[in-house]
Design a protein around this ligand. Structure first.
Ligand code: 6R9
Length: 641
């Protein structure tokens, strides 16, 4: 099979961007960024159109875009569509059970957003307040985000799969006084007790008000004075609510993400740049045409859900499909069943889901009509060429281009991808830089590599969707992203550029794991493990996993006198689930009498990683180990199941 696949004919017809367009636009985006981004900014309605466009420096680090512009992103996602799209479906929702569906037209979305915004105001929330959302994938999750944007409150969405402890940490970090949640959520036929988790998280906290959306009807405790049912509170609020005029650099949201050290950091995005970036990338990357049904399977708890379930599609007046459940419930044809029933045009998912479904063979796909599909996308982790081909050939019948979109929570939106009508695709490569993006590959010594090369992926210039700071800790922002290579943004990813200028992301080069497309810090899992009274030390690394991309491999040493056992293994797995959430459950636990350390006491993670990866032949230099003999016993004890 050829390694370059030309865009199928249908993709090239009426495309928003041909190969010639891309070349011209990309060149201009770098030679005249102010002119280019002033033009793209016209996708957004501004109360005051910005006169200052790019205003940033990477040394010292200070980033702003559209600095003197004034806008409201909720207005751009909702109100401005009312004259032309009031009756068009904005959010097409399907519940966990097949066929349980709800639609919100733009007019309906407007009414709900106003209601939620007024509920927040009634409880005292104002511009700049942080509001934590802990929601199932229901329309009210998007409604709550937009309601915050409407009144100028800063949302912090916490994934509903995170534990009460993880939720508490995120509420405390940004000092949220308001929480929006639901009684429960359904995933794969199982109830997630969201409200009960909130209650546990809020013990002894300063949170003043909780809005509870009634969804599953499960019994919940309501704390008098603090907790309010959304339907009751929302029944009596006014049915209009002005949009707060926001400066382009006013905060829009905080989203916590894992790094290589310490606790998760609050990635802060601001209003104007994020609006322009998500609106522009959505338009070009998905080559979106009016009336199409767009389905991004991500949860709103992740950045992909923020940018491509909510803000990007709605800013473009699209119909966005929101699905509460999981791809294998009630069976593994669920995605394709929904594609058929809702006539989905564009489908955007993660490689881990593709690999899991690929294992089930072609039959569950083929039994559903997928002729509505025009475009496929992936995000979250590198996709192996085999899974790419299955997606392209079996799901898309070799008819639909696949966009493999590389980006990060920090980047706000898509950074590297092919454009469907412009570029040949190479299975396994994300492709080419989006407009305004200047990737650089840098070696360990900080030298910029030219031409075909492999190195650490940096971005040389700012783009509108870039995060502005780590909430409450600007120094950490500078340290994490701008210190390894001065004057550049360092992504944390390794990458190869081929002779055609295509980028091939090889994965994280730091201590961040990517498990089923979810980011996890090894340090977070280690901190959870050492909470156990029998554990002395823990070191966590990733290893290749057929479905998840990476699995979690934990080396654990016990305090003197304690014995390893299956029961202890189960307890430790439970502990991590409890501390972080089910996505962080260790796959393999390896009890060892000691960890390999240098003479100065530093854990040699390189060796632990190689052993977990079964790469015994390439352990490299072990002579600096305090106890070189330990390596053999670690290899012998390597866990496979
Ligand atoms: C959007 C999102 C970011 C990390 C990133 C990289 C990996 C994302 C990818 C990809 C290869 C792709 N990643 N997309 N790797 N190809 N198309 O996933 O954000 O959760 O912050 O993760 O995910 O390693 O650095 P986030």
């Amino acid at each position: 099979m050829q390694d370059r696949i030309l865009p199928p004919a249908k993709a090239v017809q009426n495309t928003h961007c041909t190969a010639q367009d891309y070349a011209a636009l990309h060149a201009r985006s770098l030679s005249d960024p102010d002119g280019f981004w002033a033009d793209q900014a016209r996708r957004i309605d501004w109360d005051r159109f910005p006169t200052r466009i790019a205003g940033w420096s990477y040394d010292p680090v200070d980033i702003s875009w559209f600095e003197d512009g004034i806008l409201n992103l909720c207005f751009n996602c909702v109100d401005r569509h009312l004259p032309s799209r009031a009756d068009q479906v904005a959010i097409l929702w399907e519940g966990d059970e097949p066929g349980v569906a709800r639609t919100l037209t733009y007019a309906g979305l407007y009414a709900e957003v106003v209601r939620m915004a007024n509920c927040l105001k009634e409880l005292g929330a104002t511009k700049g307040d942080r509001v934590t959302l802990y929601m199932p994938m229901i329309p009210e999750a998007a409604v709550a985000m937009l309601a915050c944007a409407r009144i100028g409150a800063v949302h912090s969405v916490v994934f509903g799969g995170f534990s009460p402890d993880a939720l508490r940490g995120r509420i405390d970090d940004c000092a949220s006084r308001f929480v929006i949640t639901a009684d429960g959520g359904m995933r794969g036929g199982k109830l997630v007790p969201l409200k009960a988790n909130v209650d546990e998280a809020l013990e002894g906290s300063a949170v003043q008000s909780v809005i509870v959306v009634r969804h599953c009807g499960n019994a919940v405790a309501m704390s008098e004075g603090r907790d309010h049912w959304y339907d009751t509170l929302g029944a009596t609020v006014p049915d209009t609510c002005p949009c707060e005029p926001m400066n382009a650099e006013d905060p829009l949201f905080i989203l916590y993400t894992s790094g290589s050290t310490g606790k998760p950091k609050g990635v802060l995005h601001t209003t104007g740049g994020y609006a322009v970036w998500t609106a522009t990338t959505f338009h070009y990357v998905f080559d979106y045409r009016d009336g199409e049904i767009f389905w991004c399977t991500a949860d709103v708890g992740w950045v992909t859900g923020h940018s491509y379930v909510v803000y990007g599609p709605l800013a473009n007046g699209a119909t966005t499909l929101m699905y509460e459940g999981v791809p294998n419930y009630p069976d593994c044809s669920r995605n394709w069943d929904m594609v058929e029933r809702h006539k989905v045009d564009i489908f955007y998912t993660a490689p881990t889901a593709i690999r899991a479904l690929m294992r089930e063979g072609a039959a569950p796909v083929k039994k559903h009509d997928r002729s509505s599909l025009r475009l496929l996308g992936t995000v979250g982790e590198p996709i192996n060429p085999e899974a790419w081909r299955w997606y392209y050939e079996t799901v898309g019948d070799s008819r639909c281009p696949v966009v493999d979109t590389w980006w990060q929570t920090e980047t706000g939106g898509i950074m590297i991808t092919t454009l469907p009508g412009a570029h040949a695709m190479k299975p396994g490569s994300a492709g080419l830089p989006f407009f305004g993006i200047a990737p650089e590959l840098v070696d360990a010594g900080g030298n910029v590599l030219e031409g075909a090369a492999s190195g650490n992926l940096c971005i040389a210039r700012s783009w509108p969707g870039q995060m502005r700071t780590v909430y409450g800790d600007h120094e950490r922002f500078v340290q994490t992203y701008f210190t390894a290579y001065r004057g550049k943004y360092f992504t944390g990813d390794g990458c190869r550029r081929d002779e055609d200028g295509y980028y091939w992301i090889t994965g994280r080069v730091d201590d961040v794991l990517n498990v089923s497309g979810h980011r996890l810090g090894t340090a977070e899992v280690e901190s959870a493990l050492v909470l156990h009274p029998k554990v002395a030390e823990a070191a966590v690394v990733g290893y290749p996993h057929d479905i998840k991309g990476q699995g979690i491999y934990c080396y654990v040493t016990l305090i003197a006198g304690e014995e390893a056992s299956e029961a202890l293994e189960t307890e430790l797995k439970q502990l991590v689930r409890h501390e972080i959430g089910p996505i962080a459950t260790p796959d393999l636990l390896h009890f060892t009498p000691a960890l390999p350390k240098t003479r100065s006491g530093k854990i040699m993670r390189r060796i632990l990683r190689k052993i977990a990866e079964n790469e015994f032949a390439t352990l490299g230099d072990t002579s600096t180990l305090a106890d070189p003999g330990l390596v053999d016993s670690l290899i012998e004890g390597r866990r496979n199941t």
